[in-house]
Design a protein around this ligand. Structure first.
Ligand SMILES: Cc1cc2nc3c(=O)[nH]c(=O)nc-3n(C[C@H](O)[C@H](O)[C@H](O)COP(=O)(O)O)c2cc1C
Length: 335
């Protein structure tokens, strides 16, 4: 049985989870052998994520990080996902972690836990080297344990469609003043910021000028210093074309429970990939708004619901660590 002190270390690991715009929309309450994980509506993104779907996914990733950390600390844990709530205002309690006993942590537990600190969203170009198919098989199996399916979109017929939908969604979002204001609200120039996206974690270049079919989200819309594009002399080789592996994660259902499960699977996939030396960055522009998300479901003939698009590959530069709020701000004792 864990006491309140034990939850501090586990919650510190949980807060390293990725979250949309690094909003960290989670709250934890620890009591004895239970840790409750809730959504914090005060950290909502009303324009980008009106249903809170991506924030609940973020909380699900935090649940998985907590479970991985607990197992590596020698605790057996069970996760109980709260019953579905499709009312956006009643998403408070999402999941409970319960310590059920002690265990001897194995090498795999330790490798996954070490990946918690090593993982960072990597938006830069990846090396021109394929993601091993055995690893993708493993990611599919591990996500499958949470009822989440994983498909590779790269080099499939679906790729062209998804690429076009993503580019169009990015364009439509950029034209929305509310979307741009929200982006700006979560962009940070202070390197010591405890939340939000540090400007140096995103490319200063316009993502549209990259030699890549997949467009990463542009966090600097309207703020990029008007500069000349890098001059390419006649003798310069053209930049290498980037064709990252892109994985689509989806679920059969589409309620808060399915979103928590999608987040747990995302957390697991990211830690497994990091432990294998890979890096990733979500590409969720075409899934932000219900209408564009429905378009993707229809045009890709998806049976079920798309939850996450993940660009994955071998990193060529170290990832940038982003800030986190201290545990004391997010962990409360159960009343
Ligand atoms: C549900 C979800 C959606 C995200 N969507 C995007 C995205 O569209 N583009 C992007 O560059 N990063 C995206 N991210 C990554 C977050 O910006 C990132 O997790 C956050 O800034 C914290 O940084 P870290 O992952 O390096 O710890 C997303 C993360 C989550 C959990």
């Amino acid at each position: 049985m864990a006491d309140a002190q034990d939850w501090t270390g586990i919650v510190a690991a949980a807060t390293r989870a990725p979250s949309i715009h690094n909003t960290q929309p989670w709250l934890f309450a620890g009591a004895g052998d239970r840790l409750e994980v809730s959504f914090d509506p005060r950290r909502a993104l009303p324009v980008l994520d009106p249903t809170h779907r991506q924030q609940v996914i973020s909380c699900g990733a935090a649940v998985e990080f907590a479970a991985v950390a607990a197992r590596a600390m020698g605790q057996d844990v069970e996760v109980e996902v709260a019953p579905a709530s499709d009312h956006p205002d009643h998403l408070d309690h999402l999941a409970t972690l319960r310590v059920t006993g002690q265990r001897a942590a194995g090498a795999d537990d330790r490798a996954l836990a070490a990946a918690i600190a090593a993982r960072h969203t990597q938006r830069a170009a990846f090396a021109d080297r394929a993601v091993p198919t055995e690893l993708v098989d493993q990611l599919q199996a591990e996500a499958g344990a949470y009822g989440v399916w994983v498909e590779t979109l790269s080099r499939s017929d679906a790729e062209l469609t998804a690429v076009a939908l993503l580019s169009r969604a990015e364009q439509v979002e950029q034209q929305d003043p509310g979307y741009r204001a929200e982006l700006e609200q979560w962009l940070r120039t202070d390197p010591a910021a405890l939340d939000g996206i540090p400007v140096d974690a995103v490319s200063g270049e316009d993502p549209a000028t990259r030699p890549s079919n997949w467009l990463v989200r542009d966090f600097l819309v309207g703020q990029r210093a008007a500069g000349r594009p890098p001059a390419a002399g006649d003798d310069d080789d053209p930049p290498a074309v980037q064709r990252p592996t892109v994985l689509l994660l989806g679920t059969d259902g589409d309620d808060s429970r399915a979103w928590v499960q999608a987040g747990r699977a995302l957390g697991r996939v990211l830690l497994r990939a990091t432990a294998a030396g890979l890096a990733a960055s979500p590409l969720t522009q075409a899934l932000d708004w219900p209408a564009t998300r429905t378009r993707m479901t229809v045009q890709l003939s998806i049976v079920g619901h798309p939850q996450m698009l993940l660009r994955m590959g071998w990193p060529t530069t170290p990832g940038r660590e982003t800030g986190r709020r201290p545990v004391a701000e997010v962990l409360r004792p159960v009343e």
